[in-house]
Design a protein around this ligand. Structure first.
Ligand code: AMP
Length: 539
């Protein structure tokens, strides 16, 4: 025997144990849906997670069972993250912004056994509960004083955990067991589940903290604006448990003034979110003449960071970290930080680098390939399909949806990019058929199907067009049936009760024909090219 290292699995319970044992007094501040701000520490949060684990135990929640959440970023949601995963069940974060039918589909596909929800979603729960047979109980994140009367009657979170033991013997799990589940709508067809493991989550958390990633330290005060239902808020709750940074959770208030006041009051040094929220924050700061002297770094991801945004933050002395990733990647893949060689460059040259999506972080390997799968040079000019692999990148979707998704061990991201000789990746296009508006996916195929259901529509194509606030908005390009009488408003009215309001196309453009590929498929690439000079009404 030559000797060896201890065989200790990387578990979410170990993150929680570490947080409680080594930075038990680090603060967690959260804005509540009921109003007001709650303050707690890892010591208290750890105890409450144990109390919740006892509840799950009493309910008979088994290893691998899915437990859902419909909630904003708040303390109770963090407790649920840790209690569910650490006890061996799977924490399934559900995106409440989806259309109710999609939420029902997702809950049924996940076979969630219990669902925790914020009071913002009482009506939603009442609407969907009768169609979710696997869910044995719905639990409102509130206390008895604020409990709503509803049908079905929900359970009260605080009442459930009150008086329970504040210690729990977390099970010794295999680090490759599933810990959490998040569905992506960023693919064609039905949403697909991405199952993270304890190992992938802990490795990803380490990486989030690295200096060239988000650089999270115990001296930070971190406010994740990115929702906890979007890929675990980019791993921030785990990174905080790992480092002992102060955590500030904004609850439902994601508008500029609310974020700015919370950041100022709590001394936030690091924040993360999609470009749309930063537009709101920057607009407010400018109009109110407010400054955020403590804020050092803003991580921008989920969609491309516009140059003006990077510049505006830079003028305030705030560094932008442009990041790229996917639900399928836990999510971080690349982050843009400068190298020593950039120190002497002009500010314009540095800005050009910062606009790129960045260099791969350890754990993620990248390549770009042509249509035949041949690797393209990393010369900053050739662009091709971006492929990834690594220990926190999906190998297959939940329940095998979509079949075998790897190509020679690589996952095709559906993004098209360049990689330059320094390793900086720059997204140039997207090959997947989805539209991303304000950080949320809209299925172009769903829009097309709803439009085609109209008797006057011969063919319809949905594409995303640039929008200054939402990054992209959908429009429909429609060929009418010969002699048919159809207007923009008639078609939109027809679609109104079938899709979420924010999915509604911003415009309908009528055309004589649509471009097709040699195999007869709609060519979105050519259509986008045809509509290159199109501008949304009023933009
Ligand atoms: P999601 O799974 O919702 O996180 O979406 C992932 C997708 O969002 C990527 O495949 C890209 O298409 C897009 N995306 C994420 N980050 C960026 C970025 N920094 N720049 C451009 N597109 C991005």
């Amino acid at each position: 025997m030559l000797g060896r290292m201890m065989q200790m699995p990387l578990l979410i319970s170990s993150l929680l144990r570490h947080a409680v044992r080594w930075h038990g007094d680090s603060e967690i501040v959260s804005r509540l849906v009921e109003g007001g701000i709650a303050r707690t520490t890892w010591t208290q949060l750890g105890e409450r997670a144990c109390q919740l684990a006892h509840v799950l135990n009493d309910w008979g929640v088994q290893r691998g069972d899915r437990v859902g959440t419909l909630a904003w970023n708040n303390q109770r949601h963090v407790e649920t993250y840790f209690a569910v995963s650490a006890s061996g069940a799977v924490c399934h974060t559900i995106n409440p912004r989806l259309f109710p039918d999609q939420i029902v589909w997702i809950i049924n596909d996940a076979e969630d056994t219990h669902v925790f929800f914020d009071l913002s979603f009482v009506k939603l729960v009442e609407q969907i509960a009768p169609r979710c047979p696997s869910v044995k109980s719905w639990i409102a994140y509130t206390d008895s004083e604020h409990m709503p009367v509803m049908t079905p009657q929900a359970l009260c979170y605080e009442t459930l955990i009150a008086g329970r033991q504040t210690e729990f013997d977390w099970p010794q799990l295999d680090e490759n067991e599933a810990s959490s589940l998040c569905y992506t709508s960023g693919t064609t067809g039905n949403p697909k589940g991405v199952l993270y493991s304890h190992r992938s989550t802990v490795l990803h958390a380490y990486c989030v903290c690295l200096p060239d990633t988000m650089s999270v330290s115990a001296a930070d005060c971190v406010l994740p604006v990115v929702p906890m239902f979007h890929v675990n808020a980019w791993g921030t709750p785990y990174a905080i448990a790992l480092t002992g940074a102060k955590l500030v959770l904004p609850g439902p208030a994601l508008d500029g003034p609310s974020l700015a006041s919370l950041m100022a009051d709590e001394g936030v040094t690091l924040t993360a979110g999609v470009p749309t929220v930063w537009l709101g924050l920057l607009k407010h700061l400018k109009e109110a003449g407010q400054k955020l002297p403590a804020l050092q770094r803003v991580v921008i991801g989920g969609a491309a960071a516009p140059p003006a945004m990077i510049r505006q933050f830079a003028e305030m002395g705030i560094t932008v970290r442009h990041a790229w990733g996917m639900t399928e990647m836990s999510p971080l893949g690349t982050v843009c930080t400068l190298k020593t060689k950039h120190t002497d460059m002009s500010s314009e040259a540095r800005e050009a680098v910062l606009l790129k999506q960045g260099r791969p972080i350890f754990g993620v390997d990248l390549k770009i390939v042509d249509a035949e799968g041949r690797e393209l040079p990393r010369d900053g000019k050739a662009f091709g399909d971006l492929m990834v692999r690594g220990p926190w990148i999906l190998e297959s979707y939940f329940k095998g949806a979509g079949g075998d998704v790897l190509q020679d061990g690589w996952f095709a991201t559906g993004d098209v990019s360049t990689i330059d000789p320094d390793g900086y990746m720059g997204i140039t296009d997207r090959s997947k058929d989805v539209i991303k508006s304000g950080g949320e996916w809209i299925s172009s195929i769903d829009l097309e199907n709803h439009a085609m259901a109209h008797p006057a529509v011969a063919e319809a194509a949905a594409i995303g067009v640039r929008h200054p606030k939402w990054d992209e908005r959908p429009i429909l390009v429609v060929v009418k049936k010969p002699g048919a009488d159809l207007t923009r408003d008639m078609l939109l009215e027809f679609m109104r009760d079938k899709i979420a309001k924010w999915w509604m196309p911003d415009d309908v453009v009528f055309v004589e024909d649509l471009p097709h590929t040699a195999t007869g498929k709609l060519s979105k690439k050519d259509l986008r090219e045809r509509l290159r000079d199109y501008a949304l009404p009023g933009v």
